[in-house]
Design a protein. Structure first.
Length: 306
């Protein structure tokens, strides 16, 4: 593997005119300069299309795709379909990265002969104030160790950004259109395919937690997409014979469903909620019975959230 290989950085763009320039500037400034920077304008109604086109005129590494709105998964997939780099990275358009991020990631991946490299990130507010450091540890992880961290730690392992992927590891993998928690669906499949994962302990990605984003908005039925992703993870782990990790994943599904119950009107649904607590949750945590999880998921999705 070549440490100077081209990296395609895919940036999905939708109505983020306030943040976009800082994001693009941070990628342009990378010390690893063999880049293909793909700005995928996902039907923005603000000045983002013009901002993207202006940057493309000044840097021949930048390609702009203008497409109708289809969501972040659709935008990432559009970039993946035409990316020419040997390596792939993702940056969300309201975030930014430190100048040495991709140099450190590709160095780690090449040195460890790995198809995937992961770094830590910092959760920041809209003013750049550091809120929380999300860390990764070690130098290289085996497949079993990587899957254990994915299930037990989550954090930096569950997200699509803060990583560098060998393009070949993404063959046959695309983000699920119409889902939130789309990153978890993809990291499930990628971590199952990787023989080992290179680790960069430095915190090189700045994740902006802003008001109005999908993950800070009020609760909706779409939040249950996390359960869909964890169900998929459960079956993948079972197929690999990793029963303990599968059971831990089942418990996470249960926690997602419990979280959903918080947002139900107790007065309106008192009888149903009492039934679930008395007859479902004690069984769930005693046995991690997938049939119980599916029952609760069905009740929440079909009977409560309409």
């Amino acid at each position: 593997m070549n440490i100077d290989a081209k990296i395609s950085v895919i940036i999905p763009v939708y109505n983020v005119e306030k943040y976009l320039a800082k994001c693009i500037d941070s990628v342009i400034a990378q010390t690893h300069d063999n880049l293909e920077i793909m700005l995928v304008n996902d039907g923005s109604s603000d000045s983002c299309p013009q901002i993207c086109d202006a940057y493309a005129k000044n840097d021949n590494r930048i390609k702009v795709i203008h497409k109708p709105n289809g969501g972040i998964s659709s935008a990432r997939n559009a970039g993946l379909d035409i990316a020419t780099g040997e390596w792939i990275g993702f940056v969300d358009s309201d975030d930014w990265v430190l100048p040495n991020m991709y140099e450190e990631l590709i160095s780690a991946a090449v040195n460890e002969n790995s198809d995937l490299a992961v770094c830590g990130y910092i959760r920041v507010d809209e003013n750049g104030e550091h809120l929380k450091y999300i860390s990764v540890y070690g130098k290289v992880l085996t497949n079993a160790e990587a899957l254990t961290n994915l299930v037990v730690s989550g954090g930096a392992y569950n997200v699509a950004w803060s990583k560098l992927y060998k393009k070949s590891i993404l063959e046959g993998i695309r983000f699920p259109v119409g889902k939130i928690h789309e990153d978890v669906f993809v990291t499930n499949r990628i971590f199952c395919k990787c023989n080992k994962v290179a680790i960069v302990p430095s915190h090189l990605y700045m994740y902006v937690k802003r008001e109005g984003s999908i993950m800070t908005s009020s609760y909706s039925i779409e939040r249950l997409h996390a359960c869909d992703a964890f169900f998929e993870r459960y079956f993948m782990l079972k197929e690999k014979g990793m029963t303990k990790l599968a059971n831990l994943t089942a418990r996470k599904i249960g926690m997602c469903l419990i979280d959903a119950l918080k947002y139900l009107d107790y007065v309106e649904h008192k009888r149903k909620i009492d039934f679930l607590y008395k007859n479902v949750f004690w069984k769930l945590f005693a046995a991690c019975d997938l049939r119980v999880l599916l029952l609760l998921y069905y009740r929440l999705k079909v009977q409560f959230f309409k």
